[in-house]
Design a protein around this ligand. Structure first.
Ligand code: UDP
Length: 329
């Protein structure tokens, strides 16, 4: 059985459905602070908080878990600046509890949700795994520290791990069984779709004076189902005995500016929506684009969704199903 912490969240729920589709037994542990239980399909569900060691211990005693996929975390850059303590307690303290419980239960493999935020403002593009790691906010610092914890846990206890550094996750399950549903929503694509549906008045574009071709930030958007697939490949590698402590970037290798995303959303939905230029958001680097060559080679990771319109189509299908007025506000 596989334990997925944070399995009711955006990326976690896509992985849970992917594992269930493979016929695997899945146990989801989530405190439902941001996640949605109904998005975890037929997985076994335990409502618990990774900050509470006794709860994790109890769950790992109750179920025959042989591998962990660890998504549970706080993940908003802005919040991490205003309340870093919560990030240390949840992300670092929570992962210490997971590792402690894994050791007690004799579990020796874990796939960890890391982030492009470990790199901070990149000096060279595309960013590969060897790039300097200088996070510019507490969120990125917690992810980097956890990667170090995992490295030490391999050396000291033989826990094998793969850390996956996501760039910008986007899109939704192609069957629209799950997708993005944050409250409040802070991410670009769902906010643009909210503006299309009239759930928000407008999209604020954070900064149009960046040194990019149109002045707006450039990001590497990668489909969430492709991210889920990379986790399954990492897990299968660990199950075959590969990897001691590894990290891989996961991106699409192509940058899109905020305005290019806006125009893709307009073209996919066939509708316009109001937007307004607003000041830069603190902590946003101008450009982040990944090299995922290592994952392509060592995980044999092949992305299914390369085209931005296709990525946004899946998000749009989900968004309409979940939020169209009259169904759920
Ligand atoms: N962004 C924006 N308006 C919004 C939300 C995001 O202009 O309402 C920009 C943001 O500045 C960044 C990009 O969209 O350049 C992606 O931001 P998001 O929050 O989706 O992901 P992040 O890069 O923070 O992981």
């Amino acid at each position: 059985m596989l334990l997925v912490t944070g399995g009711a969240g955006y990326i976690g729920s896509h992985l849970v459905l992917g594992l269930l589709d493979q016929g695997r037994e899945v146990l989801v542990l989530d405190n439902l602070s941001r996640g949605h239980r109904e998005l975890t399909g037929k997985a076994v569900f335990e409502e618990a908080d990774i900050r509470d060691l006794s709860q994790i211990r109890r769950i790992l005693k109750k179920y025959p878990v042989d591998g962990v996929l660890h998504f549970a975390a706080l993940s908003l850059v802005g919040d991490s600046m205003s309340d870093p303590q919560s990030y240390y307690r949840n992300n670092i303290g929570g992962t210490m509890n997971i590792i402690t419980s894994m050791l007690e239960a004799g579990i020796d493999r874990i796939v960890f949700s890391s982030s492009a935020a470990v790199y901070g403002e990149p000096r060279a593009l595309p960013v590969n795994e060897e790039a300097p790691k200088v996070p510019t906010n507490p969120y990125g610092e917690t992810k980097l520290f956890i990667e170090s914890m995992l490295g030490r846990s391999f050396d000291a206890y033989g826990i094998r791990s793969v850390s996956l550094r996501y760039f910008n996750a986007a899109g939704a399950d192609p069957l629209a069984r799950t997708g993005e549903d944050h409250s409040p929503e802070t991410h670009l694509v769902p906010i643009a779709l909210d503006a299309v549906l009239g759930r928000v008045e407008e999209l604020k574009v954070f900064g149009n004076d960046y040194p990019t071709h149109d002045g707006t930030c450039v990001r590497d958007y990668v489909h969430v189902t492709d991210l889920a697939d990379a986790h399954i490949r990492a897990l299968e590698g660990l199950e075959k005995g590969a990897f001691g402590c590894e990290a891989f970037n996961l991106g699409n290798g192509k940058g899109f500016s905020v305005l290019e995303i806006v125009s893709a959303v307009r073209s996919v939905t066939g509708r316009g929506f109001p937007l307004r230029f607003a000041p830069r958001r603190p902590g946003d680097p101008a450009v982040l684009v990944a090299s995922s060559a290592k994952a392509e080679k060592e995980l044999r990771w092949k992305r299914r969704f390369k085209d931005m319109d296709e990525i946004i189509e899946t998000a749009w299908k989900w968004h309409q199903k979940r939020f169209r007025v009259g169904r759920r506000s």
